[in-house]
Design a binder for this molecule. Structure first.
Ligand SMILES: Nc1nc2c(c(=O)[nH]1)N[C@H]1C(S)=C(S)[C@@H](COP(=O)(O)O)O[C@H]1N2
Ligand SMILES: [Mo]
Length: 422
């Protein structure tokens, strides 16, 4: 006979063991801390977890159209997308391995062969006709490598609701719609010059080879594309063919994607197939209906199209993480800004009453996040709120609240991270 559940005595023992581990009285050999925290949460040793911050499940997550494995301890599936669990980043270095990198797909990952791929550069902003580039052509151009984060404009969106009680539309990301990678490829500027860039060019519009995007109400918006002002295109934009030293994985744009450092993720078009170079300004739904700020306090046509990412920080802890009282805990996290290098991170373990500086564990650089750490010895058991507040080199600090916008973009307020002291 097989028992569907462990016997009560065994479950009790396990709970006791977990309680001891939380109190620093049990050792864990070869078991990751997050796995034990997950078990503790599942054993009911932490407070209930609200819906959007669901606890990891024991089986693999699935998201239709994503090719790579999505282990439930690393990702939260969100429709066609997969969000990285921030606590899963604690086991990674400064760069986010592809195995941990969030995926934002409007439709589904196309599996493109590098051999048959080509990029067409075309439009009235060129001095001549269209030009085609194979992957081998790109490899012949000088290569450049840079580390940059890609972060969705909607990262943190659910906090408009959780923290500010406001309704917003779009994927209910927590804070894990970001990853940092080392991208290798060619400068978009070099490809545009090779193609014969005309003096009157103003906009370039890369377009993906994934399927047409059809909205929930059935409108076909065509393939994912968003104009980029020429000034940015010529500045630091890459056509990347490698991520962290490997050919781009299918889900992240194989064989070639655009990487637009410091800008919202939608600018970094994956599976790029063509780039229009235009002598007149260009529009697509991705710089008119989407990726502007709408709602009270914003013009009826919306704000200007969003460009740079904002300022955020996050703890590498699950929501409602159980932490043992009387034990010194090392709290770790990451902070980043699209405007400048992170200058400092301050942490509060008492709900915002007092703050102290965290230790920055990386050289702060523009377009990169920094890892930070601090220690905390909680005394009283019960619920507690952790806050981290980043300040960047422009002097901007995360505010207490973010003004509402209907699509929930650019959440930058200090996040109130609940934990349970046990
Ligand atoms: N072709 C194409 N490019 C795309 C998208 C897409 O759906 N199709 N999603 C964009 C959005 S909204 C984001 S946030 C980033 C996500 O990149 P990642 O999936 O590699 O993390 O890709 C962008 N590039
Ligand atoms: Mo995005």
């Amino acid at each position: 006979m097989t028992l569907p559940h462990p016997s009560p005595t065994e479950a009790d023992h396990d709970r006791r063991r977990l309680r001891q581990w939380l109190a620093g009285q049990a050792r864990a050999d070869g078991v990751a801390r997050r796995d034990l925290l997950r078990l503790a949460a599942a054993a009911g040793l932490a407070a209930a977890v609200p819906g959007v911050w669901s606890a990891p499940r024991a089986h693999a997550a699935t998201a239709p159209g994503i090719v790579k494995a999505l282990p439930a301890e690393v990702f939260t599936p969100r429709g066609t997308n997969a969000e990285t669990r921030f606590e899963a980043l604690a086991e990674t270095g400064h760069l986010t391995p592809a195995s941990h990198f969030f995926v934002r797909n409007h439709t589904a990952t196309p599996q493109l062969a590098a051999d048959g791929w080509k990029l067409t550069v075309w439009g009235d902003g060129l001095t001549g006709g269209p030009r085609e580039f194979t992957l081998a052509d790109l490899h012949r151009l000088p290569s450049t490598t840079r580390s940059a984060f890609v972060e969705c404009a909607g990262n943190g969106r659910s906090l408009f609701t959780v923290q500010q009680g406001q309704q917003v539309s779009g994927t209910a990301w927590t804070l894990g719609a970001i990853g940092q990678a080392r991208w290798r490829g060619v400068r978009l500027a070099d490809v545009l010059r090779e193609a014969g860039l005309a003096r009157n060019a103003v906009d370039v519009m890369p377009r993906g080879l994934d399927s047409d995007y059809v909205t929930a109400d059935g409108t076909n918006l065509g393939r994912v594309r968003r104009p980029l002002p020429l000034a940015k295109a010529l500045d630091d934009v890459l056509l990347a063919y490698e991520m962290n030293g490997e050919p781009l994985p299918a889900d992240h744009g194989h064989p070639v994607r655009v990487v637009v450092p410091s800008w919202i993720g939608i600018a970094s078009i994956k599976w790029v197939g063509d780039i229009e170079v235009s002598a007149t300004p260009l529009y697509s739904p991705w710089n008119t209906d989407f990726y502007r700020l709408f709602g009270p306090g914003h013009p009826p046509e919306g704000s200007a199209p969003l460009t740079r990412q904002t300022l955020k920080s996050a703890f590498e802890l699950p929501w409602n993480a159980p932490l043992a009282a009387g034990t010194r805990h090392r709290l770790t996290g990451r902070a980043w800004s699209g405007a400048a290098a992170v200058a400092r991170v301050d942490v509060s373990t008492d709900g915002g009453a007092t703050w102290h500086p965290a230790r920055l564990r990386d050289e702060p650089r523009r377009g990169s996040w920094v890892r930070w750490s601090t220690t905390w010895r909680p005394r009283a058991t019960g619920p507690a709120t952790l806050l981290a507040r980043a300040t960047d080199a422009t002097g901007r600090t995360q505010p207490p609240t973010t003004p509402h916008n209907t699509q929930g973009y650019l959440f930058d307020a200090v996040v109130r991270h609940p934990v349970t002291v046990v």
